[in-house]
Write a protein that binds this ligand. Sequence first.
Ligand code: ASP
Ligand code: MG
Length: 440
Amino acid sequence: MMKVMKFGGTSVGKPERMHEVAKLITRNLDNKIVVLSALSGTTNSLVEISNFLAHGNREGAKNTIEKLHQHYKAFIQALVQKEENRKNANLIIDEHFEFLHIILRISFSEALNKDILAQGELMSTKLFCVYLTEIGVDHELLPALEFMSIDANEEPQLGAIRIKLNDLIRKHADKKILVTQGYICRNVRGEVDNLKRGGSDYTASLIAAACNASVCEIWTDIDGMHNNDPRIVNKTVAIEQLSFDEAAELAYFGAKILHPTCIWPAQQENVPVKLLNTMQPDAPGTVITKEAGSVGVKAVAAKDGIIAIKIKSSRMLLAYGFLRKIFEVFEKYKTSIDMITTSEVAVSVTIDSDLFLDDIVRELEPFGTVDVDKGQTIVSIVGNEIAQTDHVLQKLFDALNEVPVTMVSYGGSAHNISLLVPQDYKTKTLQLLNAGLFGL
Ligand code: ASP
Ligand code: MG
């Protein structure tokens, strides 16, 4: 059976980190597909290059390209030692930078932007393969552009991916280690495209589902998903086990370690996902499976930039069809609602994008008085069967005595309670919950 191992930008961002990745993938003899991100910082630089070009600033683009090229040249010197391998690596890199120099002279388009963004993963995987060759590890590079694809709605085509990927796996059945790019794919027009920023996790999960892998390992520089945001509270602990549903809620509501879309492919084929730490490879990390492992509160997470919209109308009293009319407005502007609460005379909803806010408010006004509160934060408390857990609400509200909670959503799912608080109270809320719910 196949194992998928995905390494993020920081795990391959320095030559010595890349050496470490080679050690990790050769610790056992399992067949594996190794998915790599671009070296940390590269995708940001490529975005910068694209932005310069989109604004006609060729000089700016050229400077960034040259700086990046120097970075890669230095990287290669420390990555491989044999003259022949250094030469090969430089030839590979020069070709990609030649492409970047050519684009300085052609007119900018969205398709070109995607081509630019793809360079990072193309280079990281090729360099890694040069290193594997240097240390004598047999492997094969599978170009993601030959099997990863998205449809007209930019959704991955799991069926097509499965057929193409398994063909490639069969073709290279003699290789224990297959290396491929995260993030990049082809779109319906056959052009180079991508799975959006942070999309390498998604690639790994799609690959794991497509080849029915035994496990999808996501290697980062943290020892798993934590019970709270380590950047905000002092003491957090790694969560041992989560269900797919719990993990999806946590990823969506702010846990940065995992890309929110990346759960469903693994969940669909029931492939366990493991979050592991390259710095502490033997630490248990977090295991995400069908079963939650235990009941009760597991974690809290926060999502900023939320807008609350309240629609108040006495006409709503005993009226039917009111909610439908309101939802239709959001649907029309393709804006999804995160939280909703209702009373007899009012409906409050939250959204996370102000792209069509003015239009939405204008169209809601005929239904009643509309109030908008920007700068809100959703704090989500996640855990299996949380609603049935003893005293959970009491603990929650005891802990948040001093916080002006403006909305509460409870009972919508069996494993989530969401609160809305003003953004200024986010830190305090997360700290109080850490003490009140976890005793930390
Ligand atoms: N390199 C891409 C990014 O920085 C994809 C990824 O790393 O997941 O967004
Ligand atoms: Mg990432």
